[in-house]
Design a protein around this ligand. Structure first.
Ligand SMILES: Cc1ncc(COP(=O)(O)O)c(C=O)c1O
Length: 369
């Protein structure tokens, strides 16, 4: 049995006709930018996450860049974030003109370690970007308390964590803004790029709506130096159809994860991902730490089982950030995690048989039938 990381055509098959009808309705209506589909998607997705406002933008990366710009963060500012994240988190900071400051992670949740964040604060620090990696929220309470003490902004990178909860609060609703990605492989994925900014602050929501539209406040009249970054009507229509299934898919991901936890629990060579107390994990990725990771991956590949490594190199060691001066050895937890982390297939459409097949192959690799 072949097991891919995900299978989007299979995910869509049960409601393909509804998806196609939604796209056709937009095509027939002729309104392609900022029409009723985007307005409805903003309302529905914000409500799903537990935020007052949603602002649809062109990507998760843009959601981060526009959040920084709306909060007035740019040249001369430092923004603290995790070294163990997708490059977009850091590129958003440099795109806004600010400097990323990478800190180390908690070895259990792979998210920002609040003690390391505190140690990295300088008079130039303007904000933190906690990343809710793999679908589990960072430890937000100490981060929000630190931000308040020091007068700093918090922008949540919730690209991988739509619907995740931290002590009852939704991912992306705790900071000044939260940023979602609708990249096709995400838990809620479009048929192309897309993103959304969540916020509870009406003034910030208004500013973000202007910024995504060139800062336009009247007919060919501009009060803010903005940008062109909008969620398309066609993407919004697709996302609305898929949003109706998201809670069911998330529950399926959680069942798959629980099954892996159970089937791999007794392997000393494998660390399954713990969930911190008070967190609800949405398992965008099910990432284990595995002894002999690269040999294990090859063994699984030979048996038709896909895996992926998120991420093989922490950002502070990437060539583009060498000039920031955070050398090898400076953030040891993330460096160690990058050497043995591997993500196993967990997507909802794969079904429990696939999960059992993968777990059995992992057990066989370690000679534990
Ligand atoms: C943690 C994280 N941040 C930001 C992004 C950027 O989102 P996008 O690809 O929609 O620009 C992604 C996903 O791609 C991500 O995984």
């Amino acid at each position: 049995m072949n097991v891919p990381m995900l299978n989007l055509p299979a995910q869509h098959a049960p409601f393909q006709a509804e998806l196609e009808a939604a796209v056709q309705a937009v095509l027939r209506g002729g309104q392609f930018i900022l029409g009723k589909e985007v307005a409805a998607a903003e309302e529905e997705i914000a409500a799903y996450c537990g935020a007052r406002y949603g602002i649809g933008v062109a990507s998760g990366t843009d959601a981060l860049v526009l959040s920084l710009r709306a909060l007035g963060i740019g040249r001369g500012d430092e923004v603290i974030t995790s070294t163990f994240t997708y490059v977009a988190t850091a590129q958003a900071i440099t795109s806004a003109g600010a400097k990323p400051v990478f800190v180390d992670i908690d070895p259990l949740t792979y998210n920002l370690d609040p003690a390391q964040v505190e140690a990295a604060i300088t008079p130039r620090t303007a904000a933190f970007i906690p990343v809710h990696l793999f679908g589990q929220c960072a430890d937000m309470e100490p981060l929000l308390a630190l931000a308040q003490t020091h007068g700093l902004a918090v922008i949540e990178d919730a690209a991988q964590a739509i619907g995740a909860r931290y002590r009852g609060r939704g991912a992306g609703t705790m900071g000044q803004t939260g940023c979602l990605s609708f990249y096709p492989t995400k838990n809620l994925g479009g048929a192309g790029d897309g993103g959304m900014i969540l916020t509870n602050d009406p003034a910030l929501a208004e500013k973000l709506r202007l910024l995504r539209l060139h800062g336009r406040t009247g007919d060919y009249y501009y009060e803010l130096d903005g940008h062109n970054s909008r969620l398309d009507e066609i993407q919004a229509a697709i996302l609305r159809v898929k949003l109706k299934r998201l809670a069911t898919w998330t529950a399926q991901r959680q069942r798959h994860a629980a099954l892996y936890d159970e089937l791999l629990a007794d392997l000393p060579e494998v660390h399954t991902p713990p969930v911190a107390p008070g967190n609800e994990h949405v398992y965008h990725l099910y990432s284990i730490r595995a002894e002999g990771r690269d040999v294990l991956r090859e063994w699984l590949r030979e048996r038709g089982i896909a895996t992926a490594v998120y991420y093989p190199l922490p950002l502070h060691l990437q060539p583009i950030y060498e000039s920031l001066g955070q050398p090898p050895g400076s953030l040891p937890v993330a460096e160690a995690v990058c050497r043995d982390i591997v993500s196993l297939p967990v997507a909802p459409e794969l079904g429990e048989e696939s999960i059992r097949t993968v777990a059995a192959a992992v057990r066989e690799f370690y000679h534990r039938p």
